[in-house]
Design a binder for this molecule. Structure first.
Ligand SMILES: C[S@@+](CC[C@H](N)C(=O)[O-])C[C@H]1O[C@@H](n2cnc3c(N)ncnc32)[C@H](O)[C@@H]1O
Length: 359
């Protein structure tokens, strides 16, 4: 017996509401490139420093072409990133936007977020192909904007929270760090977390590691520039094989879920820690139920997870692919399977969960 399809009734108003919401999304998609453009050309910084100005003035101040600058300013003003005064024809950056778009030390700093998003989008044709084949795409294969954007996105949050909130939330760890401890910062990328800890605890020694040698090269340079190279060393190594033992503290910042074999990594952490050592795991904030993460932060992280984190894990052995929204229960499972007896949530921010694992 054949089935007769019933005509589906479409509500024209709802359809147009969705279309106009999508128009906003297209504007937002393009804005990722425009924010990175404004950041790279120094347009936001010049607007913040120079006060209200015309496109001609902004172009002169930044040694850029006025016609491009005028169009960029109008796109920014239409999206509410820049203010426009029709009487004077001047554009300006409200103080809050000036902080978010130009102050790399503010926890609200945004350009890195856009830069990693744009880098992910640039790589999306390859990811689309990998979604057919099921193959992964390694972190090291991405364009530079992903690596640098990652550093610039995460660093402000670490700068605001790591030394003042997260480490003190762990049992007895800051005391050890003040006295002089040995620390392994695994999956350290460009080393921003390693360097922030080394600056705060000059009596301690830090070993940063990451499987991506390009990131490790940058991390070494950053440590020299920050004047902490005497107490920080870096090695190219996967999380299941970094060297050293007897660590007081092992840290992983926003990387456990990117690994192919996080349980293997957990076992290695366990074997390199002192019996009374601590493993600090910083992961993206996420609820355990999928639907808990249907919010703006979860949306951005599921996007990154599709384009970066899941392919990264699938590119490695085991390919567990936890995803960037794994949630506490799945992280606990991995940590427990790796041989840790104690696990608790120690701190959180809107973007991150901080876990403490002890043998
Ligand atoms: C999202 S980035 C975070 C980098 C850095 N921890 C930070 O917070 O800026 C994830 C990092 O994990 C690293 N990574 C992925 N799989 C790894 C593995 N199996 N062993 C070591 N590092 C790994 C990547 O190279 C990348 O630097």
């Amino acid at each position: 017996m054949s089935t007769v399809e019933q005509p589906v009734e479409v509500d024209g108003d709802k359809l147009m509401q969705f279309v106009f919401r999508a128009v906003d999304e297209v504007g937002a998609t393009l804005n990722a490139a425009l924010v990175v453009m404004g950041d790279k050309l120094g347009l936001y910084r010049a607007l913040a420093a120079g006060g209200p100005q015309s496109p001609v003035e902004l172009a002169a101040r930044t040694a850029t072409a006025e016609r491009y600058v005028r169009e960029w300013l109008n796109a920014q003003a239409a999206g509410g990133f820049v203010a426009y005064d029709p009487d004077s024809g001047h554009y300006s950056l409200p103080p809050e936007q000036a902080v978010a778009l130009t102050d790399p030390d503010s926890p609200a700093y945004l350009p890195g977020f856009f830069q990693i998003a744009l880098g992910s989008v640039i790589d999306s044709p390859t990811i689309t192909e990998r979604a057919r084949s099921g193959d992964g795409y390694g972190w090291h294969e991405h364009v530079h904007d992903v690596h640098e954007g990652c550093e610039r996105f995460f660093r402000p949050g670490y700068n605001a929270n790591l030394v003042s909130q997260w480490l003190p939330a762990l049992d007895g760890v800051t005391e050890k760090l003040h006295r002089g401890a040995t620390v392994a910062d695994v999956g350290c990328g460009h080393g921003s977390s390693t360097i922030l800890m080394a600056q705060a605890f000059p009596n301690s020694r830090f070993v940063g590691s990451d499987y991506h040698d390009g990131s490790i090269e940058t991390a070494r340079r950053r440590a020299r520039e920050a004047g902490v190279a005497d107490r920080v060393s870096f090695q190219t190594a996967s999380a299941g094989a970094y060297s050293g033992s007897g660590y007081d503290l092992v840290t992983m910042f926003d990387c456990l879920h990117d690994m192919g074999d996080p349980t293997g990594a957990a076992r290695h952490v366990r074997s390199t820690l002192k019996p009374d050592g601590t493993w600090m795991i910083v992961e993206p904030n996420a609820g355990d139920r999928t639907e808990d993460n249907f919010n703006p932060v979860g949306r951005a992280y599921y996007g990154f997870s599709t384009l970066l984190c899941t392919p990264a894990s699938l590119s490695q052995e085991v390919g567990l692919a936890l995803g960037a929204q794994a949630g506490e229960a799945r992280i606990r499972d991995v940590v427990t399977a790796g041989g840790f007896g104690r696990f608790r949530r120690a701190a959180e921010t809107p973007f991150n969960l901080v876990f403490e694992a002890r043998p």
